[in-house]
Design a protein around this ligand. Structure first.
Ligand code: FMN
Ligand code: 7N5
Length: 361
């Protein structure tokens, strides 16, 4: 783990209410998928190429119609005002200042229009994508998509790995199942069929299907990104449905505990998609070498969830900024050491399994 991220993780742990710390840090079941996400990176090594004269690397990437200064985006995480009083405002400002994409959660404690406004106050062209759980009532899904569009979000990130909420032992033990009364999931306020001024619950449903995704695609002008893909066949189906990018993710080990590490699922999804759309990955990314390993295995970019929350809880906007800047600097440094001129220059032959020798091709 990057020293800066480790420092912020400790500081966050000391500052947070232990019940909230467990919510942010914890995973489903025995937390196997959570641990494996980080461990999968440790099992792999980067094999540098030498004397390539690559110069200082360009860490910028194009993601749909947005540009990011680095191949690291902010993955959607719920309830930022539980981590810090500035909440999503701070995260949005930090992501905009770092020049990267913020995927803001549908379960944010700040309305999406305020999140985009906070980002745009820092940078006119700040990119914010809206994460969406398809709701069983299509009118609710459409109202959320419309809010995101009006707020100036440039993509909808549909999270597909949650047909039901994960069983999280730490939250069960702590009796944490709801926000405190002074906070709410603000995007859920005043939606069709709900109480006019109060918020409705975020629903999860195992009855949702590709047909619901198709309906949303036809209802919104925004490009769709599918988050939570682990099976290569689902990546192919996503392509058929006109999805513009996929995010390989096991939801940070918070849903199916028996799921593979995100990194282990990446190569098959990359092969299935065959370069037609960007493949992103999140889960366990904690330093620049992790970012570059994912790039070498075919990811266009990675997302970070908990490191951003740790930065926010520890030092507010400044802490999130430190996490993102550190990841950008480390990524540039590791690319340089690997002889890569940019993020696309890394290739799978530059990845070796530790203890097994270097194959190449
Ligand atoms: C506290 C917390 C809240 C999360 N909330 C959401 C959410 O609202 N929507 C979503 O799609 N994913 C959510 N996720 C999953 C993240 O988007 C991401 O997949 C995961 O955190 C990546 O793993 P990492 O934390 O190891 O970087 C959440 C994760 C955490 C840790
Ligand atoms: C209904 C809130 C969803 C938050 C979430 O996705 C998570 O905690 O992993």
């Amino acid at each position: 783990m990057s020293g800066v991220i480790e420092e912020l993780r400790h500081k966050a742990a000391a500052r947070l209410d232990p019940v909230h710390r467990d919510f942010f840090d914890g995973g489903a079941g025995a937390e196997t998928a959570l641990a494996e996400n980080e461990r999968a990176f440790r099992r792999l090594a980067l094999v540098p190429r030498v004397l390539r004269g690559a110069g200082d690397p360009d860490t910028g990437v194009r993601l749909l119609d947005d540009r990011a200064s680095m191949p690291v985006v902010v993955s959607p995480t719920a309830f930022h005002r539980l981590a810090h009083p500035d909440g999503e405002h701070a995260t949005a400002r930090a992501a905009a200042a770092a020049g990267t994409v913020l995927i803001t959660s549908m379960a944010s404690t700040t309305p999406v229009a305020e999140v985009t406004a906070a980002a745009r106050a820092v940078r006119d062209d700040a990119a914010v994508w809206f994460q969406l759980y398809l709701q069983p009532d299509p009118a609710v899904t459409d109202a959320l998509a419309e809010r995101a569009l009006r707020a100036g979000c440039s993509a909808l990130v549909v999270t597909a790995d949650s047909p039901v909420f994960g069983r999280r032992a730490r939250d069960d033990r702590n009796g944490f199942h709801d926000l405190p009364p002074w906070l709410a999931a603000e995007n859920m306020r005043g939606l069709p069929g709900g109480p006019p001024d109060a918020t409705r619950d975020i629903a999860m449903s195992p009855r949702l299907s590709w047909a619901d995704l198709r309906r949303l695609r036809e209802a919104t002008p925004l490009p769709l990104v599918l988050k939570g893909v682990l099976h290569p066949q689902d990546a192919r189906l996503a392509l058929d449905e006109g999805v513009r990018a996929v995010i390989v993710s096991n939801h940070g080990g918070r849903q199916l505990d028996a799921a593979p590490a995100a990194l282990d699922a990446l190569p098959a999804v990359v092969a299935a998609v065959a370069g037609r759309i960007p493949v992103l990955l999140d889960g366990g990314v904690r330093c620049g070498a992790d970012v570059v390993l994912a790039l070498a295995l075919g990811a266009t970019a990675v997302g970070v969830g908990r490191p951003v929350v740790w930065g926010l809880a520890a030092e507010g906007e400044h802490g999130v900024r430190r996490v993102l800047e550190e990841l950008r600097e480390e990524t540039a440094h590791v690319l340089t050491l690997c002889g890569a001129a940019d993020c696309a220059a890394m290739t799978p032959d530059q990845v070796a399994v530790r203890g097994r020798g270097v194959g190449g091709c």
